[in-house]
Design a binder for this molecule. Structure first.
Ligand code: GLU
Length: 478
C-alpha cells in the first residue's frame, strides 16, 4: 500500500513538460519567445520545400496574427505556432479501380487530419487531378480556422484524390469511391473525422462513399456530411455555401448601408457554390452576369434568371456538360480560357478555386468600380490581389469567413444525426443566417481598424486562431 501510494505520488509530481523552463525546440523563434513570421516561414519552407500553396495560406494567417500571438508569451513557450501549422497526420494510400472497359487504374488517396483541438477533424474531399499533399495541407489548414469561426465544435481536415470524375460513368465513379473508402474507412468516424464534399465530390460521390463506409464500419451514425436527405442528410446543405456567402455579403453591405437590389454581380465557377450563390442573388433582386468553368466564362449582360439557372443546374449536375453550352443556348458571350474579372461589376463572388484572382484581376475589378468581394471558394485571391483590395478599402471577405456556411450546415447535419432528428428547411436556414452573422461579428470584433475600416482578413484570422489556440493551450503539449 505504502509503496503503491508513494509510486502514485511520484507519478503525480512528475513534470513531463516544464513550461517555465526554456525548452529547446528546433526553430529559432522560440528562443526569444516572440514569433517572427519570416522565421517561422523560413523554417517551414526548409522542412517542406515545394509546397508554395500551403506556405501561402500559412503566411496569410501568420501575418494577421503576429501581434496577437506575441501578446501571449505562453504561446511561444510551448511552440504553439509550429504545432498549429503542421498537420497532426497525413494518410496516403493507393486506390485501385477498374473502368468500364476492364482496365485497371491506380490513383492516390489522402486524408490530412490537421487539428482536432475543438472537435473531430472535419472537412471535405476533393477529387481533381491537381490534388497532392501540399494542396490538401493548405485546405486542411484553412479549414481548421474556418471551422473554428462557425462557433460549432469541429476541428479541421481535408482529403481527396487525383482522380478526376470528369468524363467517367456513374459505375466508374461508384467503383472508385468504394475503392477509396476501402482504405480511408478505418481513419474516419462520427467522433473522429467526418468528411464531406468539395471540388469533384458532390452528393453522388458522398452517397457512394457513405454506402461503402457503412458496410465496412457496421454503423449508421452519419460519418460524412452532404448525404442525400433520405440517407440522413440535412435540408439546406447543398445550398449552404452559396447562401452563406450571400448572407455574409449582406452583413458587409449593411455596414455601408448598401442595398443588394439591382447590383451587378460577377460570379466564377458553376458548381454547387456558384449555383446556389446565383439562386440567392436572383431571389434578392441582384443581377448575376457571369459564371465559368475550367474552360472559360459566359457573360450574360441581361442577367441569369431562374429559368436560365435551372438550365445550368441540369447541365452541370446531371448532364455534366460545359458552361459554353449556356452561351450557345441563350446567345450570349463565351470567352474561352479566361476568367470573368474584367467584366464591370459592383460585387465579385469568386466561387471556383484557389488563386483565381491575381493582382492584375484585382486591379481591374477595383478600377471598374467593384466595391465588394466575398469569397465562395477557398483562397481564390492571391496575396497581391488581397493587398490591392485592402489598400482600396473595399469590402473584402476571405473564404474562411465567407464560405464557412457550407461546413457550418455540415456541423448542423452532424447534430441532427446524433440526436436522430431532422430539422425543417426554415430551421436550418435560420441557424445558417445566425451563424454567418456571428462570423461577421467576430470579424468586426478583431478586424476593425482605427479609421473604422473592417479588415476581414485580420478579423477572421485572429478570431479563428484565438479559439484554436486557447483550446490547444488548455489541452497540454500533444
Ligand atoms: N468543402 C467545404 C469547405 O471547403 C465543406 C466541408 C464540409 O462540409 O466538411 O468548407
Amino acid at each position: 500500500m505504502h509503496a503503491k501510494s508513494s509510486h502514485t505520488g511520484a507519478y503525480l509530481n512528475l513534470k513531463l513538460y516544464d513550461l517555465d523552463s526554456k525548452i529547446s525546440f528546433n526553430s529559432k523563434n522560440i528562443n526569444s519567445l516572440t514569433m517572427k513570421v519570416q522565421q517561422v516561414l523560413d523554417n517551414l519552407s526548409q522542412r517542406f520545400p515545394n509546397e508554395p500553396v500551403y506556405l501561402q495560406a500559412v503566411e496569410e494567417l501568420l501575418t494577421s496574427i503576429e501581434d496577437v500571438y506575441n501578446q501571449h508569451p505562453e504561446f511561444a513557450k510551448v511552440n504553439l505556432i509550429e504545432r498549429l501549422c503542421i498537420p497532426d497526420r497525413i494518410f496516403s494510400f493507393r486506390v485501385t479501380w477498374v473502368d468500364d472497359a476492364g482496365s485497371v487504374h491506380t490513383n492516390m488517396g489522402y486524408r490530412v487530419q490537421h487539428n482536432n483541438a475543438i472537435g473531430p477533424y472535419k472537412g471535405g474531399l476533393r477529387f481533381h487531378p491537381s490534388v497532392a499533399p501540399q494542396l490538401l495541407k493548405f485546405l486542411a489548414f484553412e479549414q481548421t480556422f474556418k471551422n473554428a469561426l462557425t462557433t460549432l465544435p469541429m476541428g479541421g481536415g481535408k482529403g481527396g484524390s487525383d482522380f478526376s470524375p470528369k468524363g467517367k460513368s456513374d459505375a466508374e465513379v461508384m467503383r472508385f469511391c468504394q475503392a477509396f473508402i476501402l482504405e480511408l474507412w478505418r481513419h474516419i468516424g462520427p467522433d473522429t473525422d467526418v468528411p464531406a464534399g468539395d471540388i469533384g465530390v458532390g452528393g453522388r460521390e458522398v452517397n457512394y462513399m457513405y454506402g461503402m463506409y457503412k458496410k465496412l464500419a457496421r454503423e449508421n451514425t452519419g460519418t460524412f456530411t452532404g448525404k442525400s436527405l433520405e440517407g440522413g442528410g440535412s435540408l439546406i446543405r447543398p445550398e449552404a455555401t452559396g447562401f452563406g456567402n450571400v448572407y455574409f455579403l449582406l452583413e458587409m453591405l449593411k455596414t455601408r448601408n448598401i442595398d443588394i437590389k439591382d447590383k451587378i454581380v460577377t460570379v466564377s465557377g458553376s458548381g454547387n457554390v456558384a449555383q446556389y450563390t446565383t439562386e440567392k442573388l436572383i431571389e434578392l433582386g441582384a443581377k448575376v452576369v457571369t459564371l465559368s468553368d475550367s474552360d472559360g466564362y459566359i457573360y450574360d449582360p441581361a442577367g441569369i434568371d431562374s429559368e436560365k439557372l435551372s438550365f445550368i443546374m441540369e447541365l452541370k449536375n446531371e448532364k455534366r456538360g460545359r458552361i459554353k453550352e449556356y452561351a450557345e443556348k441563350f446567345g450570349c458571350t463565351y470567352v474561352e480560357g479566361e476568367r470573368p474579372w474584367n467584366i464591370v461589376c459592383d460585387i465579385a463572388l469568386p466561387s471556383a478555386t484557389q488563386n483565381e484572382i491575381n493582382a492584375e484581376d484585382a486591379q481591374k475589378l477595383v478600377d471598374n468600380g467593384c466595391f465588394a468581394v466575398s469569397e465562395g471558394a477557398n483562397m481564390p485571391s492571391t496575396p497581391e490581389a488581397i493587398a490591392i483590395f485592402l489598400n482600396h478599402n473595399i469590402l473584402y471577405a476571405p473564404g474562411k469567413a465567407a464560405n464557412a456556411g457550407g461546413v457550418a450546415v455540415s456541423g448542423l447535419e452532424m447534430t441532427q444525426n446524433s440526436i436522430k432528428l431532422s430539422w425543417t428547411r426554415d430551421e436550418v436556414d435560420h441557424k445558417l443566417k445566425h451563424i454567418m452573422k456571428e462570423i461577421h461579428n467576430q470579424c468586426v470584433k478583431y478586424g476593425k481598424t482605427s479609421n473604422g475600416y473592417i479588415n476581414y482578413v485580420k478579423g477572421a484570422n485572429v478570431a479563428g486562431f484565438m479559439k484554436v489556440a486557447k483550446a490547444m493551450m488548455d489541452q497540454g503539449i500533444i
